[in-house]
Design a binder for this molecule. Structure first.
Ligand SMILES: [Fe+2]
Length: 195
């Protein structure tokens, strides 16, 4: 399963999301960004993270919509497809899903699902929130502003991001800074050994 995990995730994502155009471009870019943000993880965890990145928005596919909470609908699909628990839980909880679940009256339903490892969840959320809706790289602050501009004030996504946005910005910037420090330490180690 592990070897074909990312391949299966990509194939299913393409099958369900490529008709959505812009959403598919976003998901492809998030998958690429997740590879960049997988620095320092063991290979098995990298595969879980990248597979979840391919699948994180699959719940937007019209044939998979059940509750309207795309993270939960996507997780239901991923479990039915036999993906590992970590992938399923990453899809369920990515990018502040708990707050949106609360806004939709689905928090109890979401919390019935196991929570993912924080380090992987933070990296997936960072990949999602530094990628714009058309796949371009953006800052997390611009991403939050863009989401708020796309939905009306009465929409549950708008209300959720109003509540979760400040914490998401903090967590994403912390994740980026932590990974940057680790990369710099690795480069410094190589430089010392080479000199
Ligand atoms: Fe996304």
């Amino acid at each position: 399963m592990e070897r074909i995990l990312v391949y299966r995730a990509r194939q299913l994502s393409q099958a369900h999301l490529s008709p959505l155009g812009r959403r598919w471009r976003h998901v492809q870019a998030v998958a690429g960004r997740s590879i960049e943000l997988s620095t320092g993880l063991p290979m098995a965890q990298r595969r879980l993270l990248v597979a979840a990145a391919w699948l994180h928005d699959i719940g937007y596919s019209s044939d998979l919509v059940r509750t309207g909470l795309h993270s939960l609908d996507g997780a239901v699909f991923c479990r039915a497809q036999g993906f590992p628990d970590t992938v399923v839980s990453l899809v369920a909880y990515h990018s502040g899903a708990e707050v949106e679940a609360d806004e939709r009256g689905l928090l109890g339903g979401l919390r019935a699902w196991e929570t993912p490892p924080t380090e992987l969840l933070d990296r997936l959320t960072a990949a999602d929130f530094t990628t714009g809706p058309d796949g371009r790289s953006v800052t997390v602050r611009d991403r939050v502003s863009e989401i708020l501009s796309r939905y009306g004030p009465d929409h549950p996504v708008y209300r959720a991001v109003c509540r979760s946005g400040p914490l998401l910005i903090t967590r994403v910037e912390q994740t980026q800074n932590t990974l940057l420090r680790r990369e710099r330490a690795i480069v410094a180690g190589f430089t010392r050994r080479a000199s």
